[in-house]
Design a protein around this ligand. Structure first.
Ligand code: HSE
Length: 439
C-alpha cells in the first residue's frame, strides 16, 4: 500500500461539506483508482459548532487556517472560503508554503489569477480549479487535455445556473423578473445578494478563464462586455417563442482567426429552439466548444450544488495526488499554456458584431411613430425583417413595438437607437437583445 496524501480544507460551507462527504463515502473507489488513499486530515473554519451532517471523526477541525496551511502533513490545500481578500491571502500563503491548491473560486482567479498562477509556477506547485467553471461538468479538463490538439474556434455556454433558472421560469410562467427572482431566493437557488449572477458578472468570471484556456490570451474579465438579465420582460419571451427562439444568458468567446481580435461577451441571447443550448433548462449549465479538428462538442451538467461541485473539487485532488506520487507536479499548466506563454490580445469591440437583433421600443401609440422608428433604422442601413405591435395604447399610452432586424453591424444599430430614444414619443430606453442563429 502506497502512502496516503494528506489534504486540508479551508472553509466548511456547502461545497466544503460536499467535499468531506464525497471523500468519505467514495474513499474506497478513490483509493482503488489512485492506488493509495486520499485523506482529509484537517479542516479550518470560523464556525466549528454547526453540525453539517457529515462524519468528521479523525479529522482535526478548528479555526486555525495558518496552522493548517503550515502543517507538514497537509500536501494539498482546498480553498473554499469564497470572496477575494482572505481567499487570496490564504491561497498565496499555501503556495509559498509549497502546498498545491484546489479552489472553486472563479471570482478570485478572474481577479487575482495572474498573481496566483505566477506564484504557483515559481514555487513548483499546482493550482487546480475544475469546479470554478460549470460546477460538476469536467469542461476545463476537456479543454486543457481532451481538446488540446485543436485550434479552438468558439466557446459558447450557459455558465450560470441562477440566471438560467430565472429565465426558464419567466418563460414558462409568464411572470416578471422580480417575482421569479424572489421565488428563486426563497428556494435557495439564488443568493440573498444575487448581483453577481443576475448582472452576468459570475458568467464573465468564468468566460475569462475559458477564453484564456481556449486562446492562450490574458483576459481581464472587466474588459468583457457584460449584460445581465434584469431588463427582460415576459413579452420578450412571448415574442421569442413566436419567432422560434428561446432566451438564454450566453457567455460567448470566438476566434476570428489568426491576428484578429477575439470576441468575448456575456448577454441575454435569442437562440433557435432547435439548438442544444436552447434546451438546457432550470439551474443546469452547458458549454459548447468548437475545435478545428474535432468540430462541435457539448458538455452538460449541474453547474452548482454541494455534491456536483464537490465532484469536481475531488477530481482535482486526485489529479494532484497522482502527480505528487509520481513527483511530476505541473504536468499541465493551469490555463493550458505555460504562464509566460499567455499573450495580451485585443478584444473585438461590441460595435463590430455583425448579426441580427431583437429590439423592443416603447412609444406612444400615435400615427407616424412607427415610421420614425423604421426610418431611423433605415438611415443607418439596418434592415427590418418583422415588426410587431402587440396591443393598443389608449389616449396617449405607451405600447411596445417589437422589431426583428436583418444582420447588421451593432454600431449602426446603436446609432439608430440613440436617435430613436431621443424622439418625444419614445418613452423608455429601447431594449436590444442579440440573436445568434448559428448555435
Ligand atoms: N452562482 C453560481 C450559479 C454558482 O448560479 O451558477 C456556481 O458558480
Amino acid at each position: 500500500m502506497s502512502e496516503a496524501v494528506g489534504v486540508g480544507l479551508l472553509g466548511l460551507g456547502t461545497i466544503g461539506t460536499g467535499v468531506a462527504k464525497v471523500l468519505d463515502r467514495n474513499a474506497s473507489i478513490i483509493e482503488q483508482r489512485l492506488g493509495f488513499p486520499l485523506r482529509l486530515i484537517r479542516i479550518a473554519d470560523l464556525d466549528t459548532q454547526t453540525d453539517r451532517g457529515v462524519d468528521l471523526d479523525g479529522i482535526q477541525f478548528d479555526d486555525d487556517a495558518a496552522g493548517l496551511i503550515n502543517d507538514p502533513a497537509v500536501k494539498i490545500v482546498i480553498e473554499l472560503i469564497g470572496g477575494y481578500d482572505i481567499a487570496r491571502r490564504f491561497t498565496l500563503q499555501a503556495i509559498e508554503a509549497g502546498k498545491h491548491v484546489v479552489t472553486a473560486n472563479k471570482a478570485l482567479l478572474a481577479l487575482h489569477g495572474e498573481e496566483i498562477f505566477s506564484a504557483a509556477e515559481r514555487n513548483g506547485v499546482d493550482v487546480a480549479f475544475e469546479a470554478a467553471v460549470g460546477g460538476g461538468i469536467p469542461v476545463l479538463r476537456a479543454l486543457r487535455e481532451g481538446l488540446s490538439a485543436n485550434r479552438i474556434l468558439a466557446v459558447e455556454g450557459i455558465l450560470n445556473g441562477t440566471t438560467n433558472y430565472v429565465l426558464t421560469q419567466m418563460e414558462s410562467t409568464g411572470e416578471p423578473f422580480d417575482v421569479v427572482l424572489k421565488r428563486a431566493q426563497d428556494l435557495g437557488y439564488a443568493e440573498a445578494d444575487p448581483t453577481f449572477d443576475v448582472e452576468g458578472i459570475d458568467a464573465a468570471h468564468k468566460l475569462a478563464l475559458l477564453a484564456a484556456m481556449s486562446f492562450g490570451v490574458r483576459i481581464d474579465f472587466k474588459r468583457i462586455p457584460t449584460e445581465g438579465i434584469r431588463g427582460l420582460e415576459p413579452l420578450d419571451f412571448q415574442a421569442a417563442d413566436d419567432f422560434g427562439y428561446r432566451i438564454k444568458l450566453l457567455a460567448i468567446a470566438k476566434s476570428r482567426g489568426e491576428g484578429q481580435p477575439i470576441e468575448a461577451r456575456v448577454h441575454p441571447t435569442l437562440i433557435p429552439k432547435a439548438s442544444m443550448l436552447a434546451n438546457v433548462d432550470g439551474a443546469m449549465n452547458a458549454v459548447a466548444i468548437r475545435g478545428d479538428a474535432v468540430g462541435p462538442t457539448l458538455y452538460y451538467g449541474a453547474g452548482a450544488g454541494e455534491l456536483p461541485t464537490a465532484s469536481a473539487v475531488v477530481s482535482d485532488l486526485m489529479e494532484i495526488a497522482r502527480e505528487i506520487h509520481r513527483d511530476a507536479s505541473g504536468r499541465v499548466s493551469p490555463l493550458s499554456y505555460p504562464h509566460g506563454g499567455l499573450r495580451d490580445h485585443p478584444l473585438a469591440p461590441l460595435g463590430d458584431r455583425h448579426g441580427r437583433c431583437y429590439l423592443r421600443f416603447t412609444a406612444v401609440d400615435r400615427p407616424g411613430v412607427l415610421s420614425h422608428i423604421t426610418g431611423a433604422l433605415g438611415e443607418e442601413g439596418v434592415g427590418i425583417e418583422s415588426v410587431l405591435q402587440p396591443g393598443r395604447g389608449d389616449a396617449g399610452e405607451s405600447v411596445p413595438v417589437l422589431v426583428f432586424t436583418h444582420p447588421a453591424e451593432e454600431a449602426a444599430v446603436r446609432r439608430a437607437l440613440e436617435h430613436v430614444d431621443g424622439l418625444p414619443d419614445v418613452t423608455a430606453p429601447t431594449k436590444l437583445i442579440r440573436i445568434e442563429d448559428d448555435l
